[in-house]
Design a protein around this ligand. Structure first.
Ligand code: OAD
Length: 275
């Protein structure tokens, strides 16, 4: 008997399913997670660069780091986890069960795997915004979609490489970085540590979680708020919470179902539900 049988039975009884993903779903696409041992770029920890203070003191360095991640995400391909989530969405919708994917990832691999109803709560590597604009919603003012990898002459694959030697580091003039048509410096439209999430996106998430009766958490360490609190919000409403992760997390024991392993191995079978 499949180890997923009980989980699948419960899932087919749900009315409003929410999937929450983190960096673990993209790991099998070759994108490093944040809290593993490969999480460095040059000598910097991710958290040294993903802050408004880092951008203010050295915008060129932060742009190089994000351009490196844009290039890496562009080259990566969605993996079996992304496609299993898309299949689940289609199956649930055709059985009148609502589906929302909330992702903390900014690599757009879910979009490329054709999942439709996605909330990108931490923004996207493929959108830029005016450095003074606080929101980052796709259709907001001052937010620009940009899939071009040649965004400017000074942010090339070579200048943004993670293993560049000090001799090769060049001083980049801020005026050469991406600017909008009014001459305002652009930045990646992502959430940095110390920044609030987009207000409209947070409202959308709250109303989605309010209705949610079945939450599936995949590949996130569950230490970054507000996502770290989503399970609790669903549990307060007596919803079912399930988790798929390579390792147990601090909350795994409090969930209804926990499946340990690579999401690319687990999800295709787990989401193969029959009505
Ligand atoms: P983390 O790096 O904190 O956690 C990744 C999780 O994925 C860990 O729990 C791993 O055990 C698990 N994992 C790794 N490979 C996996 C696989 N193949 N299958 C299943 N699970 C796997 O990444 P996040 O939880 O996404 O925020 O981090 C949350 C937020 O912190 C990020 O969105 C980012 C970061 O700092 C911002 O940038 C605001």
């Amino acid at each position: 008997m499949s180890k997923f049988k009980e989980f699948q039975k419960a899932l087919t009884k749900a009315k409003n399913v929410v999937v929450l993903t983190g960096a673990g779903v993209s790991a099998e696409s070759g994108i490093p997670t944040f809290r593993d041992k490969n999480g460095l770029w040059r000598q910097y920890e991710f958290m040294d660069l993903a802050t408004p203070e880092a951008f203010e003191s050295n915008p060129a360095l932060v742009w190089q780091f994000y351009q490196y991640r844009r290039i890496m995400a562009s080259k990566a391909k969605p993996n079996a986890s992304h496609y299993a989530i898309t299949n689940l969405e289609q199956k649930l919708l055709s059985n009148n069960i609502s589906f929302t994917l909330i992702t903390q990832n900014i690599d757009e691999l879910h979009k490329r795997a054709n999942t439709k109803n996605i909330i990108e709560m931490h923004g996207s590597l493929f959108r830029f915004k005016n450095e003074f604009y606080e929101g980052f919603k796709e259709d907001g003012i001052n937010v620009y979609s940009n899939y071009n990898l040649n965004i400017c002459d000074v942010l090339t694959e070579k200048t943004c490489a993670p293993n560049i030697s000090n001799d090769e580091l060049i001083n980049i003039d801020i005026s050469k970085l991406p600017h909008d048509e009014n001459g305002v410096l652009l930045r990646p439209a992502v959430v940095w540590f110390g920044e609030a999430l987009d207000y409209e996106i947070m409202n959308e998430i709250n109303s989605t979680l309010d209705k949610c009766d079945f939450l599936i958490i995949i590949g996130t360490s569950g230490v970054v708020y507000p996502a770290a609190n989503f399970a609790r919000l669903v549990q307060i409403n007596y919803g079912v919470v399930s988790e798929f992760n390579l390792e147990p997390t601090s909350l795994s024991k409090s969930f209804d179902y926990f499946f340990q392993g690579k999401s690319g191995d687990l999800l295709p079978e787990a989401f193969d539900i029959q009505f």
